[in-house]
Design a protein around this ligand. Structure first.
Ligand code: NAP
Length: 274
């Protein structure tokens, strides 16, 4: 399953909508990017998101903050962006330094500007299948399933990982689409046996090639959301390929769809605010 191809389609449509927004309002959609500290991976991610935004006709307002920023200072900064009518979407790059209360910072994002889908409001919207913004990686996963004609209804989906930005919202989106969902985590017993019963496997663990080929039921759909050092996913790709009907590669699978969703949701937020 090519996330690169799907992302290109989403970004093209998004750029057309961004141009339409600019024609109507005289301004470009605006994404605020907040980065605390200078973790090299986070710096690279934010740079990439800003470059992609610019290419799609979305302007970005970058707010770099020192690593020593307190929770109170960060919350105050995000509240200001939430109240600023010139800002349509807010991205707080994750993870923030350990001394910061990340949940408090996320919750300072106004729900209508939560284009990365990290607030409790957005999680509830995903869980209740109500309108709202999706967490970008899980949202990208659902778009990949749709693009390849995989209807989750009635299927057994096994999500490995329960993080607030990936595993849990992915499980909620699958449940909202009538999959029977099992969520696994580090305390799950006999994980391989559970995965062997899955029609759809979502790997969101953060451990290179953790999911082995002989865990995959013949004909299953395998979504590898993992991204580990050396461009390696959470699934042993070559092994799993022998069993799966469809599988996402790393890189070029889930990753590109994540940024595409961020851009798409930013333009949606801009239209909703105009
Ligand atoms: P995370 O917050 O570290 O969560 C990892 C999850 O995996 C946790 O729920 C953990 O369980 C579970 N886990 C750990 N060891 C396990 C084991 N032995 N068996 C079963 N479950 C286990 O990571 P994350 O932020 O969700 O990211 C997961 C992966 O996705 C990483 O590789 C990350 O780089 C990648 N990612 C990719 C994108 C993208 O754009 N493509 C975006 C975000 C993340 P507990 O809850 O019990 O600890």
């Amino acid at each position: 399953m090519s996330g690169t191809e799907l992302a290109a389609t989403i970004v093209k449509e998004t750029a057309e909508r961004a141009a339409e927004f600019e024609r109507r309002t005289g301004t470009k959609p605006c994404l605020a990017t907040v980065l605390v500290g200078d973790d090299p991976a986070s710096v690279t991610y934010v740079k990439m998101k800003r470059n992609r935004s610019a290419k799609a006709g979305i302007t970005s307002r970058h707010v770099p903050l020192p690593a020593e920023t307190t929770t109170e200072e960060l919350v105050a900064t995000i509240r200001e962006l939430s109240a600023d009518p010139a800002v349509h979407g807010i991205l707080l790059q994750h993870p923030v330094p350990a001394h910061i209360d990340e949940r408090a910072a996320f919750e300072a994002i106004a729900p209508e500007k939560d284009v990365d889908g990290v607030t409790m409001h957005s999680f509830a919207a995903m869980s209740f299948a109500e309108p709202g913004f999706a967490s970008c990686t899980p949202g990208g996963i659902m778009r990949l399933l749709d693009a390849y004609g995989v209807d989750p209804r009635g299927k057994h989906a096994v999500v490995i990982g329960r993080s607030p930005i990936l595993g849990k919202p992915a499980a909620m989106l699958l449940l909202a689409r009538d999959a029977t969902v099992t969520v696994c985590h580090s305390r799950t017993q006999d994980l391989p046996s559970i995965v062997r019963t899955a029609d759809i496997v979502v790997a969101a663990v953060g451990k290179p090639e953790f999911v082995r080929g002989d865990w995959i039921k013949p004909g299953a759909v395998v979504i590898d959301a993992g991204y580990n050092e050396g461009n390696v996913g959470d699934v042993a790709y070559a092994e799993a390929l022998a069993h799966a009907a469809l599988i996402t590669p790393v890189p070029g699978g889930v990753g590109p769809t994540t940024i595409a969703l961020l851009l798409e949701q930013t333009v949606t937020a801009a239209f909703a605010a105009s």
